[in-house]
Every structure is written in structure tokens, then in C-alpha cells.
Write a protein of this length. Structure first.
Length: 258
């Protein structure tokens, strides 16, 4: 399923970029330093770096075929591991849609793909904190995606983060981290499952590094080099993909207390 999603989503977004299905270039994403090139891939570095999400999403899918190595919760619900793999893969084409075309629709797809992942992270944490089943995950997921997109469409300027959509994405990730912290503390004080803390900390650390680099990759920043093929925003994509994979390893490392 994940491989099919990867092939179809990549084929669709590349065809959409090549033949203009997502509408005209309106400059969406031009705030991320890289100068638009002639041709149908407007920002090559910021576009192709998103293949990191596809590669690491497929790696998650390989792990998902081995239920005995998925930890307690994912082992009991292996379809959730596959769902997570699919969502990581979709981050790639979603972001490519914006950076390849700089179209308005591409910008919406970019934010939507981000909220799919943050919604899953928040919902999966809520499911385990409440000791409920996947229905809680998908309820929280649906609400998080809807509220995130509402914040995105509302717009508005947010210091450091740029706009309301980015702020909502950050808030959902921070909410997921807070709930995971509850699970870690609870697991140390009771017979609840123990979390693979080293992978969780590594994921947060890589994401923090990615964000620090993201802030330097904005148009107008002293470190911005619009015509360079080495772009900070491209590094943000690659590091985010690594953080998403480490988050999965954190999920899959959940164990019963000794």
C-alpha cells in the first residue's frame, strides 16, 4: 500500500507540475530563499529534497511488515504503522506540489500534508494516554487536520513562524510531545509500557535542529543564497524526514516494564 501510494502520488504531482494542473505560479513558497528557475520545477533544491520523505516512509513500511518488531501498541494494531508510513510518504509530494509549481493549490497541499502527520502524532499520543483504541486516534486526527487547515486559510502573520498554518502545525507537534512526556513519566511510575526514550529525544533534537536551519533559509536572511543548489529549506526537508523516521522508531520501541 505504501509503495503504491508513493508511486501514484509522485506521478500525479510531477504530472501536475509538468502540465500546470495546479494553476499558475503565484509565488507560493518564494519566501524560502531559493530563486525560481525557468521550467516546470520552479525550486529544484526545495522540490527534490522532499524525496527524503518518500524514502524514509518506505523504510517505515518495511518495518511495518514485521509486527513482532513494532512494540506493544503498534504490534497490536499494525495497520497504524502502515498508515503512518503512508502519511510520511505523502509529506514528500505534498511539499513538492508547492515548491515545484509555486501555485496556490500547491501551497494548500503542502500544509495539508503537514497536518496529516501532526494530526497522527497528536492522535496516537492521545490514544495511548487515554488507554483507548484507534477510534480516539482518528477522531483527534480529523479534528487536528480540520483545525489546522482552518488556521491556514485564516492566514495572518505570526512572528518567527510566518503564518497561522505554521503556528497550528507547531502547536499540534508540541501537544504531541507534551502527551508523550506524560506517557514517559507514567511508564516510570507504574506498570504502563516503557517508551523508547532515546529515539523520542533524537526525533525532537533533529526536529529542533531542522527548525533552527529553517529560520536561516528565509528570503532576506543574511545566509540566503537564492541561486545556490544548497538550500537551508532543502536541509529542513531532509532532517524532517529523519525526525519522522526516528519518531516511528520511538513508537516501535514501546515495551512492557521489566
Amino acid at each position: 500500500m505504501t509503495a503504491v501510494t508513493a508511486v501514484l502520488s509522485l506521478a500525479l504531482v510531477l504530472a501536475a507540475a509538468r502540465w500546470g494542473w495546479l494553476g499558475p505560479d503565484v509565488g507560493r513558497g518564494d519566501g524560502f530563499c531559493e530563486a525560481a528557475r525557468p521550467g516546470w520545477v520552479r525550486q529544484p533544491a526545495n522540490t527534490w529534497s522532499n524525496l527524503g520523505f518518500v524514502v524514509l516512509g518506505l523504510l517505515v513500511a518495511v518495518h511495518a511488515t514485521r509486527p513482532l518488531r513494532l512494540g506493544l501498541t503498534l504490534g497490536a494494531h499494525p495497520s497504524l504503522a502502515t498508515a503512518y508510513a503512508v502519511l510520511v510518504v505523502l509529506l514528500g509530494p505534498g511539499s513538492m506540489a508547492m515548491h515545484a509549481t509555486q501555485s496556490d493549490v500547491g501551497g494548500h497541499l503542502d500544509l495539508l500534508s503537514m497536518f496529516l502527520l501532526s494530526g497522527f502524532a497528536l492522535g496516537y499520543a492521545a490514544m495511548r494516554v487515554t488507554r483507548r483504541g484507534p477510534s480516539v486516534l482518528w477522531l483527534v486526527f480529523a479534528v487536528a487536520v480540520a483545525l489546522g487547515m482552518a488556521a491556514h486559510f485564516r492566514g495572518g502573520h505570526v512572528p518567527l513562524l510566518g503564518h497561522g498554518g505554521n503556528a497550528a502545525f507547531a502547536a499540534e507537534l508540541l501537544g504531541a510531545v507534551a502527551l508523550e512526556a506524560v506517557l514517559v513519566v507514567r511508564g516510570r511510575r507504574s506498570a504502563d509500557p516503557h517508551q523508547a526514550l532515546r529515539f523520542g529525544l533524537a526525533s525532537v533534537g533533529v526536529l529542533g535542529l531542522a527548525f533552527a536551519i529553517w529560520t536561516t533559509g528565509m528570503t532576506g536572511h543574511a545566509w540566503c543564497r537564492p541561486h545556490s543548489l544548497l538550500q537551508q529549506h532543502a536541509a529542513w526537508h531532509v532532517l524532517d524526514a529523519v525526525a519522522a523516521y526516528l519518531l516511528f522508531r520511538y513508537y516501535a520501541g514501546e515495551r512492557r516494564p521489566a
